[in-house]
Design a protein around this ligand. Structure first.
Ligand SMILES: [Zn+2]
Length: 256
């Protein structure tokens, strides 16, 4: 049987990789019982979930050892000192462009890794995008990443991924969004594939109403006016539950 190839480089065979990096398990499970869970939803509405305590044991065959010990490990080492204080608390910080970019890159890496738990036909990222990402962590087109200061019921790391289909009868666009709550940090990555030549109007996503202005901080595309972390309002559990499902499937639905 042929071995699976690395998602991020052309020739290497994959090794088994933890979905959540070990440093997050260690950070969260120190002194308190942490729960780790992940849920993938398909377009049909079918859902798969996994959970564990104190360490996210879930692994996926996604990257080769060279990627694992090379660029992926470098990215974790850069992200860890920035994300750790945001996961355990919410001290005031200026979000520089560099900081926003690094958090966005780390979040997109998580979305790419988590997506690999699905069969190839249901994946959105293309091999060329992942290989480009390996080279210099270029975030593919039509991505947005937001952060929030989460204070809800999940203690540990929570992840879910939802597919999207929207547009109008002539042009259906696809996408997915990944939502994470890691300690006190919530992250959402939205990734969309627009049908070429589709009208501008058809590209509007339908978003459930919520206090998104005051609770979310956009980090990708980056914001230039040195935003201050954390946002004014906390993302409570009830808000988080709307946040996690905030984009609708909508074919010729109302704009915005
Ligand atoms: Zn590789």
């Amino acid at each position: 049987m042929p071995s699976a190839l690395c998602a991020f480089c052309p020739k290497q065979e994959v090794s088994n990789e933890h979905i959540w990096p070990r440093w997050i398990s260690r950070l969260l499970a120190a002194g308190r019982k942490a729960r780790f869970d992940t849920t993938l939803t398909r377009l049909s509405g079918f859902r798969k979930s996994w959970y564990s305590f104190d360490e996210m044991n879930l692994t996926v065959n996604v990257a080769c050892e060279r990627c694992n010990n090379g660029w992926m490990s470098n990215l974790e080492n850069l992200a860890k000192p920035i994300l750790s204080p945001m996961i355990t608390g919410a001290d005031k910080t200026v979000m520089s462009i560099e900081r926003q970019t690094l958090i966005a890159q780390w979040s997109v890496k998580m979305a790419m890794v988590c997506e690999y738990m699905e069969k190839e036909a249901t994946r959105l990222y293309q091999r060329a995008e992942r290989e480009r990402f390996r080279e210099d962590q270029t975030i593919p087109e039509n991505h947005m990443v937001w952060l929030a200061h989460y204070r809800g019921d999940h203690y540990g790391a929570h992840h879910s991924s939802n597919p999207l289909i929207f547009g109008d009868i002539k042009a259906r666009h696809v996408g997915h969004y990944t939502t994470m709550a890691v300690g006190q940090l919530a992250i959402q990555v939205l990734s969309v594939r627009f049908r070429k030549s589709a009208s501008k109007a058809s590209r509007s996503l339908w978003v459930r109403p919520g206090p998104w202005e005051s609770t979310l901080q956009q980090v990708w595309p980056t914001i230039r006016n040195h935003p201050i972390w954390p946002p004014n309002d906390i993302l409570t559990q009830s808000r988080f539950e709307v946040f996690e499902m905030r984009f609708h499937h909508a074919i010729s639905g109302p704009a915005r």
